[in-house]
Design a protein around this ligand. Structure first.
Ligand SMILES: *Cc1c(COP(=O)(O)O)cnc(C)c1O
Length: 460
């Protein structure tokens, strides 16, 4: 060891002495003895490493209390931190999809604090069935005979196939063998469910006779999958669930993906397929996600024929895939909002954000621009720019929603500045997530409701 490094090691303060320092009292109060001591040990270790490798003390050694406070604060951040979603994608899978309605938030808090009638029929005083109350609500909303709720739509598809098609053949059009982000692929799910996939038709065209020619003694199901994240255009032909149901006595099951419980065209939005329409057309079972367009919690919802739902409820996989009481509480509260459609666009955050007018978002952008100009104007040109937001989560891949963004263009034309700005905003206490494109950083304001909170972040 050199004399220099010996001198440096001797400058490292002893943990005991630091703990007696008055600057550490607030940290001990806030985080407790164990965590503060563990943090100091890790800091001592880091300082020794720096002496070994660089023969120098890290700069934070000037103020151990401040450095410890910083580390403890960072280590106390929740794994699920709130962010500002200004990406322009309303149902952003990586940011947790649908925001829950206040009614759902309250219902979840109640279900967490108190015992609830999850599998208990309060009137009969007997053991009930956990999906029962929600099934009644779903039947009212979709015209179904019964319903089953699982963890997510991927689980719903797996359960339908495993319970009704295991060891048998399931016929699907080649145009509908979808892959959804996060490795959900129809052929893989078929295999996991123990079904034999029978592909019919071609990528762009599938006819009724393709399905009927493929039906044999081993066929259990005809399956339709909504091509939610792509569109095949041009010389195309697909067979509707209604045609399949009319032409065959086999159950027709439909994976609808997003599945909207209301006709979105009444709000001037592009129409998405609705579970009630698929059932009316003769589908035996329809599955969809709770946290896409329905605007509820993550869940897989299956609606349809009583006898088939009963088979799903009895299957051992149902127990493994069932939803928990918090999910059911949030879903119940969300579905109840649909019973009052006049207020839905106000109360359901997903619909509230999707139905925001471009003029309203543009005004908001104009309102925020001057303060941002004062703060960032030297380095960036800041404009209010028309933009197209998307629904996200595989809904309506082609249709876009006109809105407005604040765009930041580096005055010196250097792209590196955009990345640096985006990175700085990602490190804020409440990170601000935009997108970089076209030589600018875009903050799409469609999903901005807490204006004051955003400005507090960006102006600090
Ligand atoms: C989104 C989607 C799924 C997966 O649903 P999760 O709720 O994310 O599990 C399955 N099929 C289709 C067609 C989808 O759009």
């Amino acid at each position: 060891m050199t004399t220099d490094s010996r001198l440096l090691y001797s400058q490292l303060p002893a943990t005991d002495r630091l703990l007696r320092d008055s600057a550490f009292q607030p940290l001990l109060d806030a985080y407790g003895h164990t965590r503060v001591v563990n943090t100091l040990r890790a800091m001592q270790e880091a300082a020794r490493l720096a002496i070994r490798e660089r023969q120098a003390l890290p700069s934070w050694c000037d103020d151990w209390a401040a450095a410890a406070a910083d580390r403890l604060a960072r280590g106390s951040q929740s794994a699920l931190r709130p962010v500002f979603n200004l990406t322009g994608t309303v149902l952003h899978t990586n940011l947790g999809r649908a925001l829950q309605a206040e009614e759902a938030v309250e219902a979840v808090a109640r279900a967490m604090r108190s015992p609830v009638t999850l599998e208990y029929d309060a009137e009969g005083g007997e053991r009930g069935h956990r999906d029962r109350a929600l099934a009644e609500l779903l039947c009212e909303l979709t015209g179904a005979e019964d319903a089953c709720i699982v963890n997510n739509n991927a689980a719903a598809v797996l359960l339908m196939l495993a319970a009704l098609g295991a060891g048998k053949e399931v016929i699907v059009s080649r145009g509908e063998l979808v892959e959804i982000g996060g490795a959900f692929r129809i052929p893989d799910v078929m295999r996991q469910a123990g079904c034999q996939l029978v592909e019919v038709g071609t990528t762009n065209r599938t006819h009724l006779r393709d399905y009927l020619d493929a039906v044999g003694e081993q066929t259990a199901l005809l399956m339709k999958v909504h091509t939610s994240n792509y569109q095949i255009e041009g010389f195309t032909k697909a067979v509707e669930a209604a045609e399949l149901a009319q032409a065959s006595t086999l159950p027709v099951i439909v994976d609808l993906g997003s599945g909207s419980l209301i006709d979105l065209s009444q709000y001037g939005l592009p129409k998405e397929p609705m579970p009630q329409e698929a059932l009316a057309a003769g589908a035996s079972l329809v599955s969809f996600s709770g946290d896409k367009l329905p605007g509820g919690p993550q869940a897989g919802i299956i609606v349809g024929k009583k006898s088939l739902i009963a088979a799903l409820q009895k299957h051992p996989l149902k127990r493994a895939l069932r939803a928990d009481k918090m999910t059911l509480a949030a879903l119940d509260a969300t579905l109840r909002l649909y019973l009052h459609p006049e207020k839905l666009a106000e109360r359901l955050p997903t619909l509230r954000l999707l139905t925001r007018q471009a003029s309203d978002i543009n005004e908001q952008a104009q309102r925020l621009r001057p303060a941002l100009e004062a703060r960032y104007g030297d380095e960036f040109q800041i404009d209010v720019t028309p933009c197209l937001s998307q629904i996200g989560s595989g809904s309506l891949p082609v249709d876009r929603l006109p809105g407005a963004a604040l765009t930041f263009t580096p005055r010196d034309g250097r792209g590196g500045r955009l990345e640096a700005l985006a990175a700085r905003w990602r490190r804020l206490p409440v990170p601000v997530i935009g997108r970089v494109g076209d030589g600018r950083l875009w903050l799409d304001l469609r999903c901005l409701e807490d204006e004051a909170g955003l400005m507090e972040m960006l102006l600090q």
